[in-house]
Design a protein around this ligand. Structure first.
Ligand code: FAD
Ligand code: NAD
Length: 467
């Protein structure tokens, strides 16, 4: 059976489903091929959303246990109902994935469940889908690949889904591990490590590099490490797991590098990065070129090396982030109809949802130094913020990097409460080419955490008021 569409999309994650919604707004006939049961991709099913649901739940638990008494709220020590916490997380995911399915229905987007691959017939590209009911062929004027990414598996630490697993497993442990070892001190390691630390695990992070979060401003990254260590997380930088023994009592890990010796644990989370999901897509036969890093090569229109075949999201170069995938999807479809928007890759915010949160947009101090760009910096500590004091969340600061001549913002780095929300103002001002003087002219409500950004901008201009 063969059907024709204006656009056939392979992958129903943030890249694929957002492209489908945008294309439907142009009145296109769209089909999305997705092999998972639910739409939403990694982000909704085993990434951004379930991890944030657990981060929020575990933060409430830790606050109730460790902080409530300071506010004069006296409760017996809180008990954990992990099954209920997991069920709430699953409900959040289900409500959101169903929401996308209902948007698809409303917009007349066809969802084809199955495994899709490219096939070339008489120089025409089409998508062949292996469904439960047999093979289905989808003919597309244009084809968009948005198959995302998969966790990297380390040869010495193969996933068994029991003791050794990746993020999906760590989002669903049925018991709080006594000792959790996390290989990889990146986004996933620090976020999911934090979840289980707050719920009572002893957590050790083993990171091969000497520094953590190498693309993050290192003043901020160091402040985060200090804070996580204060919370009880053990971090072995410059260290790798050389080998592992799976014994009756648990896993015995042999370390090499900066930290040597043995570690035992009942769960091992491998969070050593993600790789593009090109498996079984038929890219080689179709002639779709890859970069040296194995991602799909695209031009500024998100066109691959094969005519009428496009790609967005984790499958192509750039940070593996949901908002990057979504923006690429919109820009890709708009460029297909002849409009010329662009994704500004310098202004993609990054957030680590730890406690305190870390959020950044633009260049780090290290990047500016490497580029030889002149800058001046301004800091404002949350310790001096009335709202942070009221919240009793005074760990962290806002750091503004600006051009000494024009005052134009070059980078904003925040570690502190609700940094994930505060960064949006900095991103907006930078998108309009704004300066520290522009920030200084904007009235910020008092008392709010956002005042810290204004104060840091004033500090960069040499006239901080409150610090
Ligand atoms: P994906 O979301 O991976 O979607 C691709 C889809 O394609 C999948 O559903 C897959 O089943 C489907 N597919 C693959 N091959 C085929 C095929 N051959 N046929 C049919 N279907 C196929 N990013 C953030 O911005 N913020 C966060 O807080 C955040 N937290 C994260 C937490 C975790 C634990 C993880 C793992 C990731 C997190 N990310 C976060 C990253 C984010 O999830 C990804 O960047 C984003 O999902 C990429 O979107 P995508 O559409 O490119 O790919
Ligand atoms: P990551 O790239 O953030 O971190 C992986 C870390 O593992 C690196 O620091 C790397 O040096 C280390 N590593 C690699 N091999 C190792 C080894 N053998 N031994 C010890 N350390 C090793 O990758 P991740 O944490 O797996 O997350 C994957 C991607 O998902 C991220 O790059 C990010 O784009 C996305 N993500 C984003 C968020 C967010 O936006 N808040 C949250 C989770 C994931």
């Amino acid at each position: 059976m063969s059907q024709s569409y204006d656009l056939v999309i392979v992958g129903g994650g943030p890249g694929g489903y957002v492209a489908a919604l945008r294309a439907a707004q142009y009145g296109w006939k769209v089909a999305v091929v997705e092999k998972r049961e639910a739409l939403g991709g990694t982000c909704l099913n085993e990434g951004c959303i379930p991890s944030k649901a657990l981060l929020d739940s575990s933060e409430y638990f830790a606050l109730a246990r460790d902080q409530f008494a300071k506010h004069g709220i006296l409760i017996d020590s809180p008990r954990l109902d992990l099954a209920k916490m997991m069920k709430r997380k699953d409900d959040v995911v289900t409500r959101l994935t169903r929401g996308i399915a209902s948007l698809f229905k409303k917009q007349g987007i066809e969802l084809v469940h199955g495994n899709g691959r490219l096939e070339s017939v008489a120089e025409q590209m089409r998508v062949v889908v292996e469904t439960d009911q047999g093979m289905q062929t989808l003919q597309g004027e244009k084809i968009l690949l948005a198959t995302g990414s998969l966790p990297v598996e380390l040869p010495d630490l193969p996933f068994d889904g029991q003791r050794i697993g990746h993020a999906r497993h760590a989002l669903s442990y049925d018991q709080v591990p006594e000792q959790l070892v996390v290989v990889g001190g990146g986004y996933i390691g620090l976020e999911l490590g934090s979840v289980w630390l707050r719920l009572g695990s002893r957590v050790t992070v083993v990171e091969q590099l000497e520094i953590l979060l190498p693309n993050t401003d290192q003043e901020v990254a160091k402040a985060l490490i200090k804070s996580l260590q204060k919370q009880g997380m053990v971090i072995h930088a410059g260290t790798r797991v050389a080998s592992v023994d799976n014994t009756e009592e648990g896993l015995r890990l042999h370390l090499k590098g900066g930290e040597q010796g043995e570690l035992t644990c009942d769960r091992l989370l491998v969070a050593a990065g993600r790789r593009p999901c090109t498996d079984g897509l038929g890219l080689e036969q179709a002639g779709v070129e890859l970069t040296d890093g194995g991602r799909v090569k695209v031009d500024t229109d998100f066109r691959t090396s094969v005519a009428h075949v496009y790609a967005v999201g984790d499958l192509i170069d750039g940070p593996m982030l949901a908002h990057k995938a979504m923006d690429e999807a919109v820009v890709c479809v708009e460029r297909m109809v002849g409009e010329l928007p662009e994704v500004d890759y310098r202004l993609i915010p990054g957030v680590v949802y730890t406690m305190p949160e870390v959020a950044a947009v633009g260049a780090s101090e290290e990047q500016l130094k490497t580029e030889g760009t002149a800058y001046q910096s301004g800091h404002f500590p949350f310790m001096a913020s009335g709202r942070a004091k009221a919240l009793d969340e005074t760990d962290g600061f806002v750091k503004v990097l600006a051009s000494p001549e024009s005052g134009r913002l070059l980078g904003v780095h925040i570690i502190g409460p609700r940094a994930s929300e505060l960064i949006a103002e900095a991103a907006s001002i930078m998108a309009f080419g704004g300066s520290v003087e522009d920030v200084a002219l904007i009235t910020h409500a008092h008392p709010t955490l956002s005042e810290a950004f204004k104060e840091a901008a004033l500090a960069a201009a040499g006239r901080a008021l409150h610090a």
